[in-house]
Design a protein around this ligand. Structure first.
Ligand SMILES: Cc1ncc(COP(=O)(O)O)c(C=O)c1O
Length: 438
């Protein structure tokens, strides 16, 4: 299939460039019109297989499920905005109860906001409030959002941070990116241990008293940083450090949560429970919802200490609650769909790694998968231009996929994508890599 770029597409992009502040747009000219299930269509009528889930948001299919759309339409006719910070309403509480039913035992309080960055702002505030401590430990390669508190935690690229500081009291630690271990070892366990030792010996041993550290914020799988899966021991050791020092462990599951890794919570893959979880993207069922969930034992917020006008917006709650209802009813089926698709995609990715010098690493959990491109397997120099060309090649053949990290491409189709389209998408990706290598 060849994609046609029409005048209407070019005009839409030109108008955007004139009036919108520049954001992080892709190299390829995708102007979206509509979507359903496995597909998105642009305004020229071109159809694309979606390997992006619109940034890990349409986990249950592009434009959500029929129940989600029905719930949204009904709620719009009833009441859209509830001023949930001032007035009581049943729907947000029902959604909160539903979320809590998916959490490990001991979680009892929920705060609703409108985005991932806000969910993390809320978690920063809760961690400081509950511990009465100020410092936060984040990780290099971590992405937590772009509002100032979350941006202070974000350390994926200086482009995100330049001119926006100074930031609140955050210290960054090293994350075990085992393909490029910051300590130079090829052994994942050694890498994990060296990262943990660095936190204990240097950060907590020499720089910041553990008595002043409120929380460790971690993405169980780093997303924007390059789809990096840490060894299980790393997350377990973070839990130990937190426990030994009364520090809270906060899991940012904005991208990795909501069945993306095959479990409702990505932390389940590591057998570790955090003290606070943040979620957004998919949990809104297509609407802007940020969720911060804390253990009951942490306590409650004093009146007036934290609120937001649109948190608990009824249309967003209707969408999120209907999506979660669907997920709960189909949980086992979704889990096995993730497994089947993961097996197939990983098999194809491993074959690509054998066949192409440019494919340096393939990795991921569940349907949070990625391929990292390098100039050569020996030097591991990031092949940035080649990665961009490969994604453009995919687009030109009807496949939407997104970059992450320096030279990595994400493979994050909706969990519900048919095996036929998964195969087609992988064929397009393979073809695009082969053509770029020539
Ligand atoms: C792990 C993680 N946390 C936070 C965010 C910020 O979410 P939002 O863009 O909704 O503010 C993102 C966005 O990509 C993310 O991947």
């Amino acid at each position: 299939m060849t994609i046609r770029i029409t005048k209407r597409v070019r005009d839409a992009i030109a108008k955007d460039k004139k009036v919108m502040y520049t954001s992080t747009r892709e190299h390829y000219p995708f102007v979206v019109d509509r979507g359903a299930g496995d597909y998105a269509w642009d305004i020229a009528g071109n159809r694309y297989i979606d390997f992006s889930s619109f940034i890990s948001t349409y986990n249950l299919g592009v434009n959500g499920t029929a129940e989600v759309r029905h719930a949204v339409k009904s709620q719009v006719d009833k009441l859209m905005h509830a001023a949930f910070l001032d007035y009581y309403a049943e729907l947000p509480v029902r959604f909160a109860e539903n979320i809590l039913s998916m959490m490990p035992r001991g979680f009892g309080r929920v705060f609703f906001s409108n985005s991932g960055t806000e969910a993390n702002e809320d978690a920063i505030k809760l961690a400081r409030l509950f511990t009465k401590r100020s410092y936060i430990i984040g990780f290099y390669g971590g992405f937590h959002g772009r509002s100032l508190g979350s941006l202070g935690l974000t350390a994926t690229s200086t482009a995100h941070r330049e001119h926006f500081g100074p930031f609140p009291s955050v210290v960054h630690a090293l994350y075990p990116y085992t393909y490029r271990c910051p300590f130079g070892t090829d052994d994942p366990e050694e890498c994990s241990k060296a990262c943990i030792d660095h936190i204990e010996r240097n950060i907590l041993g020499k720089e910041y008293s553990p008595k002043e550290v409120a929380a460790i914020f971690v993405e169980p799988v780093q997303g924007e940083g390059g789809y990096i899966v840490p060894p299980r021991s790393f997350i377990k050791e973070l839990r130990r450090i937190a426990d030994e020092n009364d520090i809270l462990l906060v899991a940012d599951e904005v991208q990795s949560g909501y069945m993306r890794t095959g479990k409702f919570l990505a932390m389940e893959n590591f057998g570790v429970t955090a003290d606070i979880y943040t979620m957004a993207k998919a949990i809104g069922g297509g609407f802007p919802v940020g969720v911060t969930v804390g253990k009951s034992s942490l306590g409650d917020t004093p009146p007036g200490s934290h609120a937001g006008t649109f948190g608990g917006n009824l249309v967003a709650m209707a969408a999120g609650n209907a999506a979660l209802g669907h997920l709960k009813r189909n949980r086992r089926k979704l889990e096995s769909m993730v497994k089947e698709r993961n097996r197939y995609i990983m098999k194809r990715l491993n074959r690509m790694k054998e066949a192409y010098e440019i494919v340096g690493d393939v990795r991921g959990l569940g349907l949070m998968l990625a391929v990292e491109f390098v100039k050569s397997k020996r030097t591991k120099t990031p092949a940035v231009k080649e990665r961009d060309a490969i994604l453009e090649g995919c687009f030109n053949n009807g496949l939407l996929a997104l970059p992450c990290g320096a030279s990595t491409a994400r493979i994050i189709p909706p969990i519900t994508m048919s095996m036929a389209n998964i195969r087609k998408g992988m064929d397009i990706l393979d073809d695009s890599i082969r053509k770029t290598c020539r």
